[in-house]
Each structure stands twice: as structure tokens, then as C-alpha cells.
Design a protein around this ligand. Sequence first.
Ligand code: NDP
Ligand code: GDR
Length: 373
Amino acid sequence: MAPKALITGITGQDGSYLAEFLLEKGYEVHGIKRRASSLNTQRIDHIYEDPHSKHASLKLHYGDLSDTSNLTRLIRDIEPDEVYNLGAQSHVAVSFEAPEYTADVDATGTLRLLEAIRFLGLEKKTRFYQASTSELYGLVQETPQTETTPFHPRSPYAVAKLYAYWIAVNYREAYGMYACNGILFNHESPRRGETFVTRKITRGLSNIAMGLEPCLYMGNIDSLRDWGHAKDYVRMQWMMLQQEAPDDFVIATGKQYSVREFITWSARELGIELDFKGQGVDEIATVTAITGDKAPALKPGDVVMRIDPRYFRPAEVETLLGDPKKAKEKLGWVPEITAQEMCAEMVAEDHKAARRHALLKQHGLDLPVSLEG
Ligand code: NDP
Ligand code: GDR
């Protein structure tokens, strides 16, 4: 019998890579998708299988982390060997706008899953992975951050995730449940949501290079992050559930860069050299040179980035840097893709889409470009 996994958040960045990974390992993969007024399965369409086929190993179910009876029924029917709780309102800035919803989904949603497993008597069968986050460190107490660094969350998102972290630990201690926290630092990919900073930059600069957008408006570009590739990180999510005993792990690269550096790398991938001038809200990035043919819409002197204070957060996490030593020593996990390689992959994909878009526009088939940041 193939092992069964249930993934919440299967339509998201990590969910899509994890589903691919588990299908390759021979799992029967069940995913919870939300009902939406438009299609929301773009990231998993390539692995979708006709549900009429008896051999389909990917099965999607409607559901929501805010719906206890729905989650309980699904877990009862599926009896999963492994549950990966990746579903969340995952945007830090949005959590300041929708704090109560974020708490319901990210904190109470985790409790609902754990309670369903316990209530159904599956606590000795079903292993549980909780998508914890480096945002828990917030106002950092030590650098680099490890599994023992104290937490100081700085957003409604991080506070909700703090509850989820501890409730997973609590169910492990109280009921002997196999529950693990992966404390994952930022990880990105061409499938990253368009409003997270890396994707906003690679997509925005690609559009600007092709004349589809005028300028990139950014928030705090001094912010420092430890960026890895989502493909490397989902491998570790599975590895964590294969150990003899449950445990919590920091997953990071151990290298840190600023948002400004990420803008510079992305621009270089497009053959654009930039000069950053000015301070604070007056800082701008100007084109100093263009090489190659990837940015036909630009010339030296053009301003491609400005600061918009709308993107500043009420409380910022200025710096994050993880120490993945425990994951390396205990599980042999090391990241294989560098932040620069990941940036190149993201720019290549976004530039391909921008070229396609520009070509359609040339032929009078204009599609609106969403400029939401
Ligand atoms: P995404 O935002 O790409 O995906 C989130 C997923 O959760 C989507 O499938 C989304 O569905 C689903 N979701 C949102 N609200 C609900 C709900 N109410 N009920 C059920 N499902 C819901 O996130 P990532 O893939 O990047 O991250 C995966 C998890 O890891 C998240 O929990 C995130 O907080 C956490 N994390 C992410 C890190 C990162 O750098 N990427 C780092 C550390 C932790 P829909 O597609 O319909 O919106
Ligand atoms: P983060 O990711 O908040 O770390 O949460 P995000 O990419 O949104 O921000 C990273 C840093 O960049 C700064 N920044 C901007 N961010 C966005 N989104 N848009 C901007 O215009 C902008 N300008 C500067 C931010 O202020 C921040 O400092 C991500 C999410 O995936 C969480 O779910 C996850 O838990 C953490 O990573 C680890």
C-alpha cells in the first residue's frame, strides 16, 4: 500500500513542490484546496490527474483551515500517514490588515488539525509537520538563529505562528503525537507569490525591461534575509517526518543578503547595471548601463526603483540569518541551490513571461498587467 499524505496549502508554492516530491516517492497525495471564484490550481495543474482514473495518486478536496468539521471529516476518510500543514495566510504585511483571520487560519487552524487527529484516535498513526517560520525570531536575540534562540514575534502572522509552533510541541508532549516543527527561513522560487519581495522584484524588473511597467515601488530595502530555494526546503519537510523520533529543525542556508542586493542581482540577470542614490524614502535606483538585449525598453538614466512608504511595516523584522547545523548533522540535509542561482531562475521565468506579454501587445493583443505589490 502506498503511504498517504495530506497537504494543506497544496495550491501554494511549497505545497506544489512537496506534492511533486511525494508523488515521485510513490505516495498517494491528498490536498486541500479552497473554493475560489476563479481557478487557483495553476501551480499544480501540471501534476493534476483525472479523478475518474482509478490510478490517480493526486486527489484534491475542497476545504478550509477555518472549518473544523470539514478537516475532521477529511482526516477520518483519508486516514493519512503524514499531514503537512502548509496552509496559511502567509503574508506578513497582510496580517496587519487581517489579524483576526490570520490567527484563525494560522493558529487555530493548526489546533483544528491536531485535535482532529487526536479525536479520531490517529495520534499514534499520523505524523504531523508544522510549517513554522523564522518570523518567530522577529526582534532577534542572537545571530545566527538556532533551534534554541528565543522567539520575539513582530507581526500578527508571527504571533499566530508562535501559537501553532507551541501547540504542535504540546501535542507531542501531552499525547505522544509525532509532530515536528520546521523553522524555515525565507524560501523562494519561480512559483513564489507575486507580492513577496523576491518575486515582486524579478517580475517587476522583467516587466520594466520589456516596457510593461514604469517603475518598481519598494518598502524597506535594507532588510536582510537568508534566502533559500523552495525545492530544497520541501525535501527537508519530508525528511523530518522520516526520523525515529519527532524533533524541530531550523532550515536555512546560513547566508544573508539585503533586499537591495537582490534587486542588483535581478537587474544584472537582465543586463541592467544600477546605481542607488539618496537616503530613506528618497532613495532611487537609476540605470547606468545596459548590456545584451533583455531590456529593450530601458536606457541609461531611467529610474527603475523608488521607495513607497506604503510598503513599510508597522513593526519590521530587520535581519534574519539561520544556522542549519542541526539539520546537517542529524539528517544530512544541505541546501543545493544558492540564492544567486535561484534569483537567475526566477528572472529567467519572469522575463520569458514578460517577453510573451510584450509580443502579444505588439500584435494588438494587450492583456492587463497586474501592478499590485
Ligand atoms: P503560499 O502563500 O504560497 O501558500 C499558502 C497556501 O495556504 C495556499 O495553498 C493557500 O490557498 C492556502 N491557504 C490560505 N488560507 C487558507 C485557508 N483558510 N484554508 C486552507 N488553505 C489556506 O505559502 P508558501 O507555500 O510560501 O508557504 C507554505 C507554508 O510555510 C505557510 O504556512 C507559510 O506561512 C510557511 N512558511 C513559508 C516560508 C517561505 O519563505 N515561503 C518560510 C517559513 C514558513 P490559496 O492558493 O487558495 O490561496
Ligand atoms: P517575509 O517576506 O515578510 O520575510 O515573510 P517578504 O518577501 O514579504 O519580505 C521580506 C523583506 O522584504 C521587505 N520588503 C518588502 N516586502 C514586500 N513583500 N514587498 C515590498 O515591496 C518590500 N520592500 C521591502 C519586507 O519589509 C521584509 O523585511 C516571508 C513569508 O513567506 C512568510 O510566510 C514566512 O514565514 C517568512 O518569509 C519566513
